[in-house]
Design a protein around this ligand. Structure first.
Ligand code: HEC
Ligand code: HEC
Ligand code: HEC
Ligand code: HEC
Ligand code: HEC
Ligand code: HEC
Ligand code: HEC
Ligand code: HEC
Ligand code: HEC
Ligand code: HEC
Ligand code: HEC
Length: 347
């Protein structure tokens, strides 16, 4: 079989192509409407809320795909697989969406976002948020779907998010300090003095674990505001705490200075099974101590590289020392052990 190029053949091909292109266009437009999306059962609550929202005139695709024709198409191809999942029931519940800042910013452009705006009694400047890489979703996840968004995923603008920077210390690249002056953001009087977090039942004891510690100084400006209650211990612990805490324990009258937060019977032993500072001649005695306490104990303070500094040199001819690292948790001890973590062994 062979083809001959004729004018008639070309015309037919051209018409065919046009029909296909127009067809795809119509299909893409039709599958972007709430009506089409609403044919998926799981989307119904999302659409009901959407119809009541400020975004009711915004097409689904405007948020749920990246800007630009290329991403519009790939989003479509992905979305086409969704009806299949709806029939087989093969989708995760609750479904959580993810909307890129680019999508929101096609309408909410820099004219709006790079100037201070006031709404609901709050004045905000989005520029710093965007420059610091905040997602719009971090504060506005309910914009299109209200309470259809599952509780764990619902976000609204909240003060702690602002005070992360507005702590009288953070500076923008131009050197402007972000202050915590209340009326910088609060445009209405009577906003109250005590944050909602403080009204949680267990705030008196759990405030360190629940709150964002870098935000506290926005209001607790008096010297000793925290440490008066904390027996003079600075919170969070200062950077060089590992090497300094021994001296502080001595100055503050022993372990009692620590027991407000740490279970001193168990917690301190996670590291202190091995004598500190290490006794004289420890290089000679450490094999015996390691045998007795287990090498895991060492890695509360050491990283494997500390051991390797000596052991690698000897390992070339004698690989015995390599075994001691087998099965040990060898990651750097950067995340602190839970405050009252139980320990194995004794000492
Ligand atoms: C203004 C932007 C915006 C518009 C317009 C919008 N959505 Fe959403 N949508 C979101 C955001 C933000 C989330 C994520 C909520 C969360 O945190 O779980 C979401 C989540 C969803 C989810 C759950 C997760 C997922 O991706 O499957 C569905 C379903 C959904 N949207 C469907 C729709 C439909 C259908 C339309 C059109 C009727 C629509 N959305 C229009 C912003 C939008
Ligand atoms: C296609 C354009 C478009 C996109 C995309 C879009 N919005 Fe909107 N947004 C609007 C319009 C239109 C309004 C209503 C404006 C008005 O009422 O003044 C609005 C209003 C808002 C409001 C004020 C709500 C209120 O109650 O008045 C917020 C906040 C908002 N959008 C955030 C977002 C976020 C976050 C995204 C991305 C998840 C987004 N928008 C995506 C067009 C858009
Ligand atoms: C750290 C929290 C936070 C983030 C992140 C955030 N916003 Fe906002 N946004 C606010 C606050 C606060 C307001 C004003 C108070 C309110 O609307 O309740 C606001 C208001 C708005 C408004 C309404 C403005 C008006 O005049 O009606 C729009 C639109 C908006 N934001 C869009 C966005 C977009 C788009 C992004 C992502 C680029 C974003 N926001 C990221 C906190 C945030
Ligand atoms: C990533 C750090 C950062 C975060 C988070 C942040 N800001 Fe800012 N903000 C700044 C910096 C820096 C300035 C500039 C210094 C100044 O004017 O105080 C500023 C300035 C402002 C201004 C003054 C704008 C002007 O030109 O008058 C307002 C209002 C404001 N922020 C509100 C907010 C609100 C509300 C939030 C939370 C929703 C917030 N900011 C979160 C860094 C931040
Ligand atoms: C950088 C902006 C910013 C500054 C500065 C600021 N606030 Fe807020 N504040 C907010 C935002 C945003 C909210 C949440 C708005 C909402 O709930 O509608 C809020 C909410 C509150 C609330 C309601 C409870 C809560 O925890 O959400 C209280 C009370 C409050 N602020 C007190 C203060 C006081 C007192 C100061 C001054 C020491 C202050 N704020 C400074 C942005 C700020
Ligand atoms: C009224 C006395 C009091 C004040 C003021 C106080 N604290 Fe506390 N704090 C406590 C008590 C009591 C505990 C918990 C002991 C326990 O767990 O039983 C605690 C625990 C903590 C913890 C450990 C929480 C955990 O479980 O991880 C941190 C961190 C902390 N506080 C930080 C602060 C900071 C920062 C301030 C100052 C803004 C502050 N505290 C002010 C009494 C206070
Ligand atoms: C918006 C201002 C504001 C911020 C931010 C703030 N606090 Fe407070 N806090 C207060 C006020 C006001 C009181 C009541 C002070 C008083 O009674 O003298 C208080 C009281 C406390 C108390 C004493 C509670 C009691 O039972 O006596 C603790 C503990 C505390 N705050 C911890 C914190 C911690 C930790 C943070 C940071 C995660 C923080 N606060 C952030 C305003 C704030
Ligand atoms: C993460 C491991 C770690 C934990 C947990 C730990 N320490 Fe230490 N401790 C050290 C290190 C390392 C030194 C030696 C610091 C130096 O000399 O530079 C030390 C030294 C000391 C010293 C001085 C040396 C001595 O034995 O006389 C005292 C006292 C001390 N710690 C008390 C405590 C108490 C009390 C706790 C529990 C509240 C505790 N430590 C929890 C690692 C730890
Ligand atoms: C107010 C509560 C509180 C008090 C009092 C307190 N701590 Fe802590 N400590 C914490 C919390 C919370 C962490 C974990 C977060 C951190 O590193 O700040 C921690 C972490 C530590 C760590 C591990 C640090 C690291 O980098 O791995 C050591 C060691 C420690 N504390 C020793 C002590 C000693 C010794 C005392 C008494 C002198 C003490 N702490 C008093 C709350 C407290
Ligand atoms: C509480 C934290 C901590 C623990 C646990 C710990 N070390 Fe150390 N180790 C240190 C510190 C800090 C140094 C460096 C300061 C010094 O020489 O005392 C050190 C130094 C050493 C040295 C070099 C001594 C020298 O004289 O050059 C050896 C070897 C050593 N440790 C082995 C071990 C072994 C093996 C274990 C486990 C059985 C262990 N360490 C457990 C904190 C610790
Ligand atoms: C200052 C150098 C040095 C450092 C650092 C060091 N070691 Fe050693 N280690 C030695 C020497 C020397 C020997 C003796 C080798 C021999 O006799 O076989 C040894 C032997 C041992 C042995 C006995 C080996 C065997 O198989 O019989 C163990 C277990 C051991 N080290 C554990 C550790 C651990 C765990 C660390 C890190 C926490 C460590 N060592 C850090 C020098 C060091």
């Amino acid at each position: 079989m062979s083809f001959r190029l004729t004018t008639r053949g070309l015309t037919i091909a051209a018409i065919f192509l046009t029909v296909v292109v127009v067809g795809i266009g119509v299909a893409l437009a039709a599958t972007s409407t709430p009506q089409f999306c609403g044919t998926c059962k799981s989307h119904v609550p999302y659409i009901d809320e959407y119809k009541k929202s400020a975004h009711r005139d915004v097409n689904c695709e405007q948020c749920h795909s990246k800007p630009g024709p290329f991403f519009f198409l790939t989003a479509k191809l992905e979305a086409l697989q969704q009806p299949i999942a709806q029939i087989t029931g093969d989708y995760e519940k609750p479904i959580l969406g993810y909307v890129l800042n680019q999508s929101c910013r096609r309408c909410h452009n820099n004219d709006l976002l790079f100037h201070p705006v006031s709404k609901n009694g709050i004045r905000v400047q989005h520029r710093h948020l965007i420059e610091a890489g905040f997602l719009c979703m971090r504060c506005h996840s309910t914009q299109a779907h209200g309470d259809a968004v599952p509780p764990g995923s619902r976000t609204y603008p909240s003060m702690d998010q602002c005070l992360i920077c507005h702590n009288n210390q953070f500076k923008d690249p131009q050197g402007q300090v972000a202050t915590s002056r209340c009326d910088l953001c609060h445009t209405k009087p009577n906003y109250g003095a005590v944050p909602l977090t403080h009204k949680q039942n267990d705030w008196a004891t759990r405030h360190g674990a629940v709150g964002i510690l870098s935000t506290c100084s926005a209001c607790h400006v008096k010297k000793g505001a925290c440490s008066d209650c904390h027996k003079g211990i600075l919170m969070p612990h200062p950077a060089a705490w590992i090497s300094e805490h021994g001296v502080i324990v001595g100055k503050r009258g022993g372990n009692k200075a620590c027991d407000q937060c740490h279970d001193t019977k168990e917690y301190c032993k996670t590291c202190h099974q091995v004598k500190m500072p290490h006794p004289a001649g420890f290089v000679d005695s450490h094999p015996a101590v390691t045998a007795q306490k287990g090498s895991d104990t060492c890695f509360n303070c050491h990283v494997v590289a500390n051991c390797q500094a000596c052991h690698d040199l000897h390992a070339a001819g004698d690989p015995r020392a390599h075994k001691l690292l087998g099965g040990a948790n060898s990651s750097l001890q950067s995340t602190p052990t839970p405050i009252s973590s139980p320990i194995a062994g004794g000492g």
